[in-house]
Ligand binder design. Structure first.
Ligand code: OOG
Ligand code: MG
Length: 264
């Protein structure tokens, strides 16, 4: 079936399936390859499912507060077996305060990643070919992202993960500092005594390249970029499972951010 004609009802059914998995904390099999799925889930259809999923969240009162990129690092691409960047949306309900706690029962099988965050300072005109995305960003900060795929065992195809809002589930941002170069800074992710070390160069060679990739994706997918949005540029190392311990991300020259998983 030609998915450009995929019925909106089928798209919405897939969004509900993923939304139910999240709200009930029960994983679901991959959509692609599921004989029960009526449509051929190509990347266009997958972004339509993501839009419908965000519609369900905003319909419950959540507000979109930013966007995230995924698969901007070779380590992530290798860990996940895919090879092109993806974009998803983050909402206010996903925010964890720097130094704050997050209840692990909210998640299915959460992992944390060290990220660079940028702050958008004015609405971005996606239709103006002259738009300079770097001129629309005024601050940078260290960040942690919590990813929690709604798919069983984190097993998904490229279209699956796009439909699932790129596993977006939580995030914490450290102190904002004025925009600066962050091309090759040491990064350390710790969860309890487990650790991953890397460099911001893992993010497309320089995390500001993620901003150019973001503009390109948002133009193609008609995803708005508004003043005040947080942009998560993508993980700098492989992810670590989030357990009932403190997770921290330290980026040389940018500072650090932490959060603690708790089980009540
Ligand atoms: C998909 C999300 C990837 C990143 O920073 O590369 C991502 C996943 O790994 O579940 O957020
Ligand atoms: Mg990430």
């Amino acid at each position: 079936m030609n998915t450009s004609r995929a019925a909106q009802a089928d798209i919405e059914a897939l969004a509900r399936r993923l939304d139910d998995a999240q709200t009930t904390r029960s994983d679901t099999p991959s959509l692609e390859g599921d004989a029960a799925v009526a449509i051929d889930l190509d990347v266009d259809a997958a972004y339509r499912v993501q839009d419908a999923l965000i519609g369900l969240r905003t319909g419950r009162g959540e507000a979109v507060v930013g966007v995230k990129l995924g698969f901007t690092s070779k380590a992530k691409m290798a860990q996940m077996g895919v090879s092109d960047v993806i974009v998803g949306r983050i909402t206010d309900a996903m925010r964890v305060q720097d130094g704050g706690e997050t209840e692990l029962s909210r998640y299915i099988h959460p992992k944390v990643e060290p990220e660079v965050a940028y702050r958008i300072s004015r609405d971005v005109d996606l239709d103006d070919p002259e738009t300079d995305i770097l001129a629309c960003v005024d601050a940078i900060a260290p960040a942690l992202e919590i990813i929690d795929s709604r798919y069983r065992d984190f097993r998904f195809t490229y279209a699956d993960v796009v439909a699932d809002n790129t596993s977006a589930s939580g995030f914490a941002v450290g102190e904002w500092i004025p925009m600066r170069e962050a091309a090759d800074l040491d990064v350390r992710l710790r969860v309890g005594d487990r650790e991953e070390a890397g460099t911001t160069a893992a993010i497309l060679g320089d995390p500001k390249e993620a901003l150019h990739a973001l503009l390109d994706m948002c133009r193609r997918r008609r995803i708005p970029l508004r003043a005040g949005y947080v942009v998560l540029a993508g993980a700098a190392t492989a992810a670590i499972e989030l357990t009932a311990e403190t997770a921290s991300c330290e980026i040389a020259g940018l500072g650090s951010v932490s959060l603690t998983g708790v089980r009540r």
